[in-house]
Design a protein around this ligand. Structure first.
Ligand SMILES: Nc1ncnc2c1ncn2[C@@H]1O[C@H](COP(=O)(O)OP(=O)(O)OP(=O)(O)O)[C@@H](O)[C@H]1O
Ligand SMILES: [Mg+2]
Length: 259
Protein backbone atom coordinates (compact mmCIF):
# COMPACT_ATOMS: atom_id res chain seq x y z
CA UNK A 1 0.00 0.00 0.00
CA UNK A 2 1.26 3.45 -0.93
CA UNK A 3 0.08 6.40 1.17
CA UNK A 4 1.02 9.87 -0.03
CA UNK A 5 1.17 12.90 2.27
CA UNK A 6 1.15 16.35 0.66
CA UNK A 7 0.01 19.95 0.91
CA UNK A 8 -1.41 22.55 -1.44
CA UNK A 9 0.75 25.46 -0.22
CA UNK A 10 2.78 26.66 2.75
CA UNK A 11 4.43 24.38 5.25
CA UNK A 12 1.48 22.96 7.22
CA UNK A 13 3.38 19.91 8.54
CA UNK A 14 3.62 17.32 5.73
CA UNK A 15 7.09 16.08 6.64
CA UNK A 16 6.34 16.03 10.36
CA UNK A 17 3.08 14.15 9.84
CA UNK A 18 4.68 11.65 7.44
CA UNK A 19 7.47 10.92 9.92
CA UNK A 20 5.06 10.39 12.80
CA UNK A 21 2.75 8.28 10.64
CA UNK A 22 5.65 6.03 9.65
CA UNK A 23 6.71 5.75 13.30
CA UNK A 24 3.26 4.62 14.48
CA UNK A 25 2.25 2.60 11.39
CA UNK A 26 1.09 -0.83 12.58
CA UNK A 27 2.80 -2.87 9.82
CA UNK A 28 6.25 -2.85 8.24
CA UNK A 29 6.66 0.56 6.66
CA UNK A 30 9.08 2.57 4.55
CA UNK A 31 9.14 6.36 4.79
CA UNK A 32 9.95 7.66 1.30
CA UNK A 33 11.09 11.27 0.98
CA UNK A 34 9.81 12.27 -2.46
CA UNK A 35 9.51 16.05 -1.97
CA UNK A 36 10.45 17.56 -5.37
CA UNK A 37 11.72 20.72 -3.65
CA UNK A 38 14.42 18.69 -1.90
CA UNK A 39 14.08 16.25 0.96
CA UNK A 40 14.38 17.20 4.61
CA UNK A 41 14.83 13.69 5.93
CA UNK A 42 18.52 13.27 5.10
CA UNK A 43 19.16 16.60 6.82
CA UNK A 44 17.09 15.98 9.94
CA UNK A 45 17.08 12.25 10.70
CA UNK A 46 19.89 10.37 12.39
CA UNK A 47 20.86 6.70 12.49
CA UNK A 48 20.26 4.78 15.75
CA UNK A 49 23.97 5.46 16.48
CA UNK A 50 23.31 9.23 16.14
CA UNK A 51 25.11 9.60 12.82
CA UNK A 52 23.89 11.50 9.77
CA UNK A 53 22.32 9.51 6.95
CA UNK A 54 24.15 8.78 3.72
CA UNK A 55 22.57 11.29 1.27
CA UNK A 56 23.71 9.22 -1.72
CA UNK A 57 21.66 6.20 -0.72
CA UNK A 58 17.98 6.72 -1.50
CA UNK A 59 15.83 7.87 -4.41
CA UNK A 60 18.78 8.74 -6.66
CA UNK A 61 20.61 5.44 -6.16
CA UNK A 62 17.32 3.56 -6.55
CA UNK A 63 16.62 5.41 -9.81
CA UNK A 64 20.10 4.57 -11.08
CA UNK A 65 19.49 0.89 -10.35
CA UNK A 66 15.96 1.06 -11.75
CA UNK A 67 17.39 2.21 -15.09
CA UNK A 68 19.08 -1.17 -15.18
CA UNK A 69 15.79 -2.90 -14.45
CA UNK A 70 15.66 -3.82 -10.75
CA UNK A 71 12.50 -5.17 -9.11
CA UNK A 72 10.63 -4.14 -5.96
CA UNK A 73 12.66 -6.63 -3.88
CA UNK A 74 15.83 -4.67 -4.66
CA UNK A 75 14.50 -1.46 -3.06
CA UNK A 76 15.81 -2.65 0.33
CA UNK A 77 19.40 -1.95 -0.75
CA UNK A 78 18.54 1.76 -0.95
CA UNK A 79 16.91 2.08 2.46
CA UNK A 80 18.50 3.32 5.67
CA UNK A 81 17.25 2.93 9.22
CA UNK A 82 16.75 5.95 11.43
CA UNK A 83 16.58 6.36 15.17
CA UNK A 84 13.37 4.66 16.26
CA UNK A 85 13.81 1.91 13.66
CA UNK A 86 11.90 3.37 10.69
CA UNK A 87 13.25 2.38 7.27
CA UNK A 88 13.65 5.46 5.09
CA UNK A 89 14.30 6.18 1.44
CA UNK A 90 16.19 9.48 1.40
CA UNK A 91 15.12 12.11 -1.10
CA UNK A 92 16.98 14.43 -3.40
CA UNK A 93 19.29 17.11 -2.03
CA UNK A 94 18.19 19.88 -4.40
CA UNK A 95 15.32 20.48 -6.86
CA UNK A 96 17.75 20.40 -9.82
CA UNK A 97 18.20 16.67 -9.25
CA UNK A 98 14.52 16.20 -10.11
CA UNK A 99 15.35 16.79 -13.77
CA UNK A 100 17.40 13.62 -13.94
CA UNK A 101 14.77 11.65 -12.07
CA UNK A 102 11.92 12.87 -14.31
CA UNK A 103 11.64 9.98 -16.79
CA UNK A 104 12.10 7.46 -13.97
CA UNK A 105 9.04 8.50 -11.92
CA UNK A 106 6.63 6.00 -13.49
CA UNK A 107 9.09 3.18 -12.67
CA UNK A 108 9.83 4.50 -9.18
CA UNK A 109 6.09 4.85 -8.52
CA UNK A 110 5.49 1.22 -9.51
CA UNK A 111 8.41 0.01 -7.38
CA UNK A 112 7.11 1.84 -4.30
CA UNK A 113 3.53 0.79 -4.95
CA UNK A 114 4.48 -2.87 -5.25
CA UNK A 115 6.90 -3.16 -2.36
CA UNK A 116 6.27 -6.74 -1.25
CA UNK A 117 6.99 -6.59 2.47
CA UNK A 118 6.11 -3.08 3.57
CA UNK A 119 3.60 -0.29 3.21
CA UNK A 120 5.05 3.03 2.02
CA UNK A 121 4.38 6.48 3.46
CA UNK A 122 5.62 9.01 0.89
CA UNK A 123 6.26 12.70 1.58
CA UNK A 124 5.24 14.37 -1.69
CA UNK A 125 5.79 17.95 -0.54
CA UNK A 126 3.65 20.73 -2.01
CA UNK A 127 1.53 19.60 -4.94
CA UNK A 128 1.30 21.80 -8.01
CA UNK A 129 -0.41 20.76 -11.24
CA UNK A 130 2.90 20.30 -13.08
CA UNK A 131 4.49 18.38 -10.21
CA UNK A 132 7.26 16.07 -11.41
CA UNK A 133 5.97 13.39 -9.02
CA UNK A 134 2.60 13.11 -10.80
CA UNK A 135 3.12 9.37 -11.55
CA UNK A 136 3.66 8.84 -7.83
CA UNK A 137 0.56 10.88 -6.95
CA UNK A 138 -1.47 8.73 -9.33
CA UNK A 139 0.02 5.48 -7.99
CA UNK A 140 -0.96 6.29 -4.39
CA UNK A 141 -3.74 4.18 -2.94
CA UNK A 142 -4.54 7.07 -0.63
CA UNK A 143 -3.33 10.66 -0.64
CA UNK A 144 -3.78 12.74 2.47
CA UNK A 145 -3.63 16.52 2.13
CA UNK A 146 -2.39 18.39 5.21
CA UNK A 147 -3.75 21.87 5.88
CA UNK A 148 -3.75 24.48 8.63
CA UNK A 149 -7.01 26.26 9.42
CA UNK A 150 -7.10 29.58 7.60
CA UNK A 151 -9.26 31.05 4.88
CA UNK A 152 -6.43 31.22 2.35
CA UNK A 153 -5.12 27.72 3.14
CA UNK A 154 -8.63 26.28 2.72
CA UNK A 155 -8.95 28.18 -0.57
CA UNK A 156 -5.70 26.79 -1.98
CA UNK A 157 -6.62 23.32 -0.77
CA UNK A 158 -9.98 23.50 -2.53
CA UNK A 159 -8.26 24.30 -5.85
CA UNK A 160 -5.78 21.46 -5.44
CA UNK A 161 -8.58 19.02 -4.60
CA UNK A 162 -10.33 20.04 -7.84
CA UNK A 163 -7.12 19.34 -9.74
CA UNK A 164 -6.73 15.96 -8.00
CA UNK A 165 -10.30 15.05 -8.96
CA UNK A 166 -9.50 15.93 -12.59
CA UNK A 167 -6.75 13.25 -12.61
CA UNK A 168 -9.53 10.69 -12.77
CA UNK A 169 -9.83 11.56 -16.48
CA UNK A 170 -6.14 10.79 -17.15
CA UNK A 171 -4.55 7.40 -17.76
CA UNK A 172 -3.31 6.33 -14.33
CA UNK A 173 -6.36 7.78 -12.60
CA UNK A 174 -6.51 9.47 -9.21
CA UNK A 175 -5.81 8.28 -5.67
CA UNK A 176 -8.43 8.20 -2.95
CA UNK A 177 -7.99 11.60 -1.28
CA UNK A 178 -8.61 12.70 2.31
CA UNK A 179 -7.75 15.83 4.30
CA UNK A 180 -6.24 16.28 7.76
CA UNK A 181 -6.24 19.63 9.59
CA UNK A 182 -3.29 20.52 11.84
CA UNK A 183 -4.85 22.53 14.65
CA UNK A 184 -5.15 22.98 18.41
CA UNK A 185 -6.41 19.76 19.98
CA UNK A 186 -9.31 21.74 21.46
CA UNK A 187 -10.40 22.96 17.98
CA UNK A 188 -13.69 21.20 17.24
CA UNK A 189 -14.78 23.56 14.46
CA UNK A 190 -12.12 23.75 11.75
CA UNK A 191 -12.61 20.24 10.37
CA UNK A 192 -16.39 20.69 10.24
CA UNK A 193 -16.09 24.16 8.69
CA UNK A 194 -13.73 22.81 6.04
CA UNK A 195 -15.99 19.87 5.26
CA UNK A 196 -18.90 22.28 4.85
CA UNK A 197 -16.84 24.60 2.61
CA UNK A 198 -15.79 21.69 0.40
CA UNK A 199 -19.35 20.39 0.18
CA UNK A 200 -20.63 23.84 -0.82
CA UNK A 201 -18.07 23.75 -3.66
CA UNK A 202 -19.27 20.33 -4.80
CA UNK A 203 -16.17 18.53 -3.46
CA UNK A 204 -16.84 15.25 -1.71
CA UNK A 205 -13.33 14.61 -0.34
CA UNK A 206 -13.60 13.58 3.34
CA UNK A 207 -11.99 15.61 6.11
CA UNK A 208 -10.71 12.64 8.11
CA UNK A 209 -9.85 14.48 11.31
CA UNK A 210 -7.32 16.68 13.01
CA UNK A 211 -3.66 16.40 13.92
CA UNK A 212 -2.79 18.07 17.20
CA UNK A 213 -0.83 21.30 16.96
CA UNK A 214 1.91 20.31 19.38
CA UNK A 215 5.02 22.46 19.04
CA UNK A 216 7.14 20.51 21.52
CA UNK A 217 6.48 17.18 19.85
CA UNK A 218 7.01 18.70 16.39
CA UNK A 219 10.37 20.05 17.61
CA UNK A 220 11.33 16.58 18.82
CA UNK A 221 10.41 15.11 15.42
CA UNK A 222 12.59 17.74 13.74
CA UNK A 223 15.50 16.99 16.06
CA UNK A 224 15.36 20.38 17.78
CA UNK A 225 14.52 18.81 21.14
CA UNK A 226 15.44 15.51 22.69
CA UNK A 227 12.49 13.99 24.50
CA UNK A 228 10.18 10.99 24.50
CA UNK A 229 7.31 11.32 22.08
CA UNK A 230 4.99 8.38 22.36
CA UNK A 231 2.49 10.02 24.74
CA UNK A 232 2.48 13.41 23.07
CA UNK A 233 -0.72 14.88 21.68
CA UNK A 234 0.84 14.84 18.21
CA UNK A 235 1.63 11.13 18.24
CA UNK A 236 -1.67 10.20 19.85
CA UNK A 237 -3.64 12.21 17.31
CA UNK A 238 -1.75 10.73 14.35
CA UNK A 239 -2.07 7.19 15.72
CA UNK A 240 -5.83 7.59 16.08
CA UNK A 241 -6.06 8.47 12.35
CA UNK A 242 -4.34 5.31 11.09
CA UNK A 243 -7.54 3.22 10.76
CA UNK A 244 -9.23 5.97 8.67
CA UNK A 245 -6.19 6.23 6.42
CA UNK A 246 -6.04 2.47 5.88
CA UNK A 247 -9.77 2.44 5.13
CA UNK A 248 -9.29 5.28 2.63
CA UNK A 249 -6.52 3.34 0.88
CA UNK A 250 -8.77 0.28 0.75
CA UNK A 251 -11.42 2.23 -1.17
CA UNK A 252 -9.02 2.61 -4.11
CA UNK A 253 -7.90 -1.01 -3.84
CA UNK A 254 -11.59 -1.96 -3.97
CA UNK A 255 -12.21 0.30 -6.99
CA UNK A 256 -9.23 -1.30 -8.78
CA UNK A 257 -10.59 -4.76 -8.01
CA UNK A 258 -13.90 -3.82 -9.65
CA UNK A 259 -12.27 -2.79 -12.94
N1 LIG B 1 1.50 19.06 14.41
C1 LIG B 1 2.35 20.09 14.53
N2 LIG B 1 2.31 20.88 15.63
C2 LIG B 1 3.16 21.93 15.76
N3 LIG B 1 4.07 22.29 14.85
C3 LIG B 1 4.14 21.54 13.74
C4 LIG B 1 3.29 20.41 13.51
N4 LIG B 1 3.62 19.88 12.31
C5 LIG B 1 4.63 20.64 11.83
N5 LIG B 1 4.94 21.62 12.68
C6 LIG B 1 5.97 22.66 12.49
O1 LIG B 1 5.69 23.38 11.30
C7 LIG B 1 6.89 23.64 10.57
C8 LIG B 1 6.77 23.02 9.18
O2 LIG B 1 6.69 21.61 9.36
P1 LIG B 1 7.05 20.59 8.21
O3 LIG B 1 8.46 20.78 7.77
O4 LIG B 1 6.64 19.25 8.68
O5 LIG B 1 6.06 21.13 7.07
P2 LIG B 1 5.99 20.77 5.53
O6 LIG B 1 4.57 20.89 5.15
O7 LIG B 1 6.69 19.51 5.25
O8 LIG B 1 6.83 21.99 4.89
P3 LIG B 1 7.55 22.07 3.46
O9 LIG B 1 6.46 22.24 2.44
O10 LIG B 1 8.43 23.31 3.58
O11 LIG B 1 8.35 20.80 3.26
C9 LIG B 1 8.03 23.07 11.40
O12 LIG B 1 8.57 24.09 12.20
C10 LIG B 1 7.35 22.02 12.28
O13 LIG B 1 8.03 21.80 13.50
MG1 LIG C 1 8.27 18.98 4.04
Amino acid sequence: MLLGVASAKGAPGVTTTARVLAAVWPTEVVLADCDPAGGDLALLARTPAGEVLDPDRGLLSLAADARRGVGARDVAAHLQHVDGGTAVLCGIGAPEQMTGLGPMWPTLAQLLHRLPTANVVADLGRLVPDTPVLPLVQACDALVMIVRPSVEAFGHLRERLRWLASLEQLPGGAPAVGVLVVTESSDRRSATDLQRLLASSGITVPVLGTIALDRHAADVVQGRLDRGLSRSLLVRSVRSLVPSLRALADTRGFAHAQV
